[in-house]
Design a protein around this ligand. Sequence first.
Ligand code: NAD
Length: 734
Amino acid sequence: MENFKTDLDADGILLCSFDVPGKTMNTFTRGALADLEAIANRAKTEAEIKGVVITSGKSNGFCAGADLDDLFGGGWEVEGEGEDALKATFNVAFEMNRIYRLLETCGKPVAVAINGLALGGGLELSMACHYRVIGNGPKTQVGLPEIKIGIFPGGGGSQRLPRLIGTQAALLAMSEGKSFKPQEALGMGIVHEMVEAGKEVEAAKTWIKTKGDPVAPWDKKDFKIPGGGPYHPAGSQVFIMGNAMLRKQSYGNYPAVINLMHAVYEGLQVPFDTALKIETRYFSKTLMTPQAKAMMRTFFFSMQAIGKGSGRPEGYAKTEFSQVAVLGAGMMGAGIAYVQAMAGIKTVLIDRDQASADKGKAHCEDLIKKQVSRGKLTKEQGQATLDLITAAPDYSLIAGSDLVVEAVFENSDLKATVTKAAEAHLADTAVFGSNTSTIPISDLAKASARPKNYIGIHFFSPVDKMMLVEIIMGKETSDETLAKAVDYVLKIKKTPIVVNDSRYFFANRCFIPFTAEGLHLWAEGYSPAIIDNAGRMTGMPRGPLEMMDDVALDLLVKITSETAKAEGDAYVPIPGEKEVAAMVADGRLGRKSNKGFYDYPAEKTATKTLWPGLSEKFQPTILEADPALVEELKKRMLYVQAVTAARCFEDGVITDPREADVGSILGWGFAPWSGGIVSLIDSIGVANFVAELDRMTKAYGDRFAPPQLLRDMAAKGETFYGRFGKVKNDKAAA
Ligand code: NAD
């Protein structure tokens, strides 16, 4: 048996240690499932086996879930369409349920000793055991996070969890994909017993020897669903409320959530074995939706690939960063210093005077204190992290740095001055990265004596929370510099995408049209409430007007005026931009000044209200939106971003669809249900997308005009992943 090591002790307890060869973390492959089936059959047929304990042989976790690659057709998505593919996914899900159920009904008591993280299929296996012991290790947690990749628990989880902890708690846990620490899991009733880490197997064996009940609660005659099932008045209430709540939260964008509700509601009304079949049906159906396919690809495979540095050129040794300097200790610079220190990098934080440098370090200290108060760092670790940062107005401290990240004011002349000042102290091999958000990297690189070593390293605000970093290649930037920049971003535990130089690079270039579309709609007379509501219904975290308030209106005004300057006669003004400029002149800067499109109350818990003065600028004439109109507004807000992404591919600003998808979701919250900005186009179909864009260009203007690239792709029947995809090649090489 390859994936489980078994050992039968003198008491007749078969200890099975899950240990998939060649992997640091256990996941369920077809092979592991086959081994589990063999274990269940042994328990059932061998009289000397009195009970079974399942645990992990790995030091860093119990089981992280199913190996999607291995289980579902050996590819990054379920291959093909229609009945055959449906049958294939159905078979996998069916097998998983059949084998877990075989173990559960083997007639011998089965206990699980959860000695590390147990997620997805790992927790599902645990729930198919009759007794669950969890170790109180610092990294141990349990949960069913499937919803985050567009599917739902299909290994019995959607049926066992509600029968274990009640419908309401189970639906919440599964629809949010939340994980729970050992103490929480115990309190909720997900596990029976919590012990000190390392004592799990001992406790599991004790249970088998003393109590050892081999029948699951739901297989007992008098079983009742905690909190009542769908026919119980309280239970039915949960479904009515839950349905309304989940649909409102997801605006129907996530079929996985809706199918989960179906599976739980219908499954709870029938005997357990039938319930598992119902789960399998809805699970397979979910897997076949474009949303699940795209989300699995982006959130699972693409994020993994990018997290391993898929954008890094080969052939350069990995850089270890002994010291990194940050220029400018403002909002961005301080955030960058903090993430560096958290990654263990010695950091010098430079500003123009001591007070400004100290202010930046104080911000780092606040963030570190938060980590200490949350128990993520000990006090000593917090202090050691803070001690890694030296804040001073002294450029000579830069000497010895492997990298400089520049985050001074957004001003070309100032950036040129600090580049020269820093390079005077730098070794020839050191990299200089600018965090500019609007100035082309190749222009800034002109101030550098070593433009080959000059690159864009573009963070998003707030730096401590935002996972994406855009790496921008200037005209002269070398591959070696790129390799170092990717190493740096991975070292500080962020996700790097690599793009070529262009105005606003990739992320902001695609995001700005979303806010601009909000202004178009406002000027057309749509009520601001309709605009932001439709914006949220697209799956974006906020509507365009709210988003503008968050970003800061003065920044947007600056960006539009810079664009106008750069484009000269070709510039097409956005309706509403003058009105926003007037709001800024009146001190309405957005959320940071507590007033913008909305008025923000002093107490943070109170809700914001639309600023009444908006209607003096554009009198709203469209105060009601029927579903068809809402669909059109949603399309305008999403398609204007997606067509911009297509232009970025045409211009060669971005070249890898995985980076475009991951970047759009991590960078500005692009509708996660779509799997990202180009997955959206692929799932609509390029030809359909082009036809819609042609219609919308006539109706709303040239900002929707499809680039030639899309027409070519439509003519050839291509997709972005087909034409630009490196996924399959990478897989073949792996
Ligand atoms: P900020 O105004 O908060 O900070 C700029 C800092 O630079 C200030 O502390 C200032 O004292 C310092 N500075 C000025 N002259 C200096 C000098 N000669 N030497 C050293 N330090 C000097 O600005 P910010 O929001 O942190 O933005 C910094 C950079 O990051 C800009 O290029 C901006 O475009 C870019 N950026 C900003 C955001 C954002 O959301 N704010 C996002 C991405 C990138």
